[in-house]
Ligand binder design. Structure first.
Ligand code: GUN
Ligand code: ZN
Length: 441
C-alpha cells in the first residue's frame, strides 16, 4: 500500500491517563500519514508535508480525524431487533431475543446479518467491537469470516447457555467448552481477530457449564472473557436464588475463574461494595451501556463511583438492548445518566472511554485507540458541520471539548464522513472529489 497523507484537525490521547480532560493531543491543522496499514507520522501539516512529495494526498481541511471508536459490548444477532417495544430485561430476552437468535442456526442467514452489522459499525465510526454472537458455532464463524474481509480488529465469542432458555438454543457444558476451544484455535490472533469466552450470564449457565468455561479460560490465559453482570433487579434476585452459596453476583463468576484482567462485564449497575472491590483487585472492567440501560429501564450506572473505586470502565452500545450503533449518541446518553446521578462526564473523558481508555483496558493500546506512530491505521473522519443546525452551532465556537460535546448530543452517522480500517476506507459518506484526493506536489 502506498503512502497516504491526510490533512485535517487531529484529536487523540497519546497515552494512558487519569485526566483525559487535560491530556489530549489536538492539532488544528494536522497531518496524518499512513503506510502499509499503519500510522507512519502524525504532526503539523505545514511543517511536514514537504517530506511526502509524491504521496497520495487527501485534503480533509475543516474535518476532524479521531481514532476509530471501540464499542466494548454489543450483540450481532440482535441487529434486526433494535427498538422492540416495551419490556424489561428478562421478558425482553424471552419475547424478542431468543426467537431472533434462533435464526442464526442457519449460517447463510448469519453471514447476511454479519455484513449488515459490520456495515453499521463502520458507518458509525466504530472500528473495533467486543461482540456476542449467538449460541451457534457456525454463526460465530460467519461473523469472524465477514470481519476478516475488512481486516478489522474484532473481538467476539459464541454465547454459551445450557439452561433457562428454550431447548432449541441450548448447548451443554461439553459442547460449549469444545466449540469455544475450536473457535479460539481457529480465530484467536488469526490476523487481527481475537476471541472472548462468552457465557451469556449466570442464570443461563449451569454450574457445570461455568466450571467448563473457567477451565477453558485457564487454558487460554490471553483470551478475553465477556458476560453480563448486575443489570436488573429481578435478574440479581434470580442469581441469588440460583447460587445461594455465593456471596454475590460477581462471586459466581469469580468462583468459576471467570474474573480477571481482560474480563468485561456488561452493565454493573447495582453492584455491592465487595463487588466493586473485587473488580478493582482483578482489574476486570465494566462496559457502561447507557442507551440500553435507559431503554430496558435497568437503572443508572454510577460512573463517578467506578472511578472512585478505580474500576476500569468502557462505553458500549449493547445493540440491540441499546438503541443506536452510534458511539457519539452513546456518549450523549452517558452524559444524561451522569446528570441524573448528580455528576458530569467531561466530553474528553467520554471520548477517552471509547478510544484510548478502552484500548488500554483491553491491553490493545499498542494497536488501536490512538493515532500514535506504528499503531494500526484505524481512524474516523468526522464532519462536524453535517447539516444546517450543526453548521450554525459551530460557526463561532469550536474548542475540542465543545465540539465533542455538541456532537455527542446532536450527531449520529450523519457526522461520519469516512471510516478507515488498517489504512483502507471501509465507509465513505461521499466519494472523494479530485480536490480532496490528489498527489502531493
Ligand atoms: N443479559 C443476558 N443476555 C442479555 C442480552 O442479550 N442483552 C442484555 N442487555 N442483557 C442480557
Ligand atoms: Zn448485552
Amino acid at each position: 500500500m502506498s503512502t497516504q497523507t491526510y490533512r485535517a484537525s487531529l484529536l487523540h490521547f497519546a497515552a494512558a491517563t487519569s485526566s483525559p480532560k487535560l491530556d489530549y493531543v489536538f492539532i488544528a491543522d494536522g497531518l496524518l500519514v499512513t503506510r502499509n496499514g499503519k500510522v507512519e507520522f502524525i504532526g503539523e501539516y505545514k511543517d511536514n508535508i514537504n517530506q511526502y512529495l509524491g504521496a497520495v494526498h487527501h485534503d480533509f481541511s475543516g474535518k476532524l480525524i479521531l481514532p476509530g471508536f471501540i464499542d466494548s459490548h454489543l450483540h450481532f444477532p440482535q441487529t434486526e431487533m433494535l427498538a422492540s417495544f416495551g419490556e424489561q430485561l428478562l421478558d425482553w430476552l424471552t419475547d424478542y431475543t431468543f426467537p431472533v437468535e434462533r435464526k442464526f442456526e442457519n449460517k447463510d442467514y448469519a453471514s447476511r446479518i454479519a455484513k449488515v452489522f459490520l456495515n453499521q459499525l463502520h458507518r458509525h465510526g466504530t472500528t473495533t467491537g467486543m461482540v456476542y454472537s449467538s449460541v451457534h458455532k457456525q454463526a460465530t464463524d460467519a461473523l469472524f469470516e465477514e470481519a476478516q474481509k475488512t481486516d478489522m480488529l474484532l473481538i467476539a465469542g459464541k454465547v454459551c447457555m445450557d439452561r433457562h432458555c428454550p431447548d432449541w438454543l441450548q448447548d451443554t457444558p461439553e459442547s460449549a467448552q469444545r466449540d469455544s476451544a475450536d473457535l479460539i484455535d481457529t480465530w484467536h490472533n488469526n490476523g487481527r481477530l481475537k476471541y472472548a469466552i462468552t457465557p451469556r450470564f449466570a442464570p443461563t449457565s449451569t454450574k457445570e457449564q461455568l466450571h467448563a468455561l473457567g477451565e477453558l479460560a485457564q487454558q487460554y490465559p490471553d483470551v478475553y472473557i465477556q458476560t453480563h453482570l448486575s443489570e436488573n433487579h429481578n435478574e440479581i434476585a434470580w442469581v441469588k436464588e440460583l447460587f445461594p452459596e455465593r456471596k454475590n453476583y460477581l462471586d459466581v463468576y469469580d468462583h468459576y475463574n471467570l474474573l480477571r484482567k481482560g474480563a468485561v462485564f456488561g452493565h454493573g449497575i447495582h453492584l455491592e461494595q465487595t463487588e466493586w472491590q473485587r473488580l478493582r483487585e482483578t482489574q476486570a472492567s465494566i462496559a457502561f451501556c447507557p442507551t440500553s440501560n435507559l431503554f430496558l429501564g435497568s437503572g443508572l450506572f454510577d460512573l463517578a463511583k467506578a472511578q472512585q473505586e478505580n474500576v476500569p470502565v468502557m462505553l458500549a452500545t449493547d445493540v440491540g438492548g441499546g438503541t443506536s450503533f452510534s458511539m457519539l449518541k452513546t456518549l450523549g446518553e452517558a452524559y444524561k445518566i451522569c446528570q441524573l446521578k448528580g455528576n458530569q462526564i467531561d466530553p474528553m473523558q467520554g471520548l477517552y472511554l471509547m478510544t484510548q481508555g478502552a484500548a488500554v483496558t483491553l491491553g490493545l493500546d499498542d494497536k488501536i485507540g490512538n493515532l500514535n506512530v506504528d499503531t494500526d491505521a484505524d481512524f474516523v473522519i468526522l464532519d462536524p458541520e453535517f447539516d444546517e443546525l450543526t453548521t450554525l452551532r459551530f460557526e463561532n465556537h469550536r474548542t475540542p471539548q465543545d465540539l465533542i460535546f455538541a456532537l455527542s448530543m446532536l450527531a449520529d452517522d450523519r457526522a461520519i464522513h469516512a471510516t478507515y480500517v488498517a489504512g483502507e476506507p471501509v465507509y465513505q459518506a461521499k466519494k472523494q472529489t479530485k480536490e480532496e484526493a490528489h498527489n502531493v506536489t
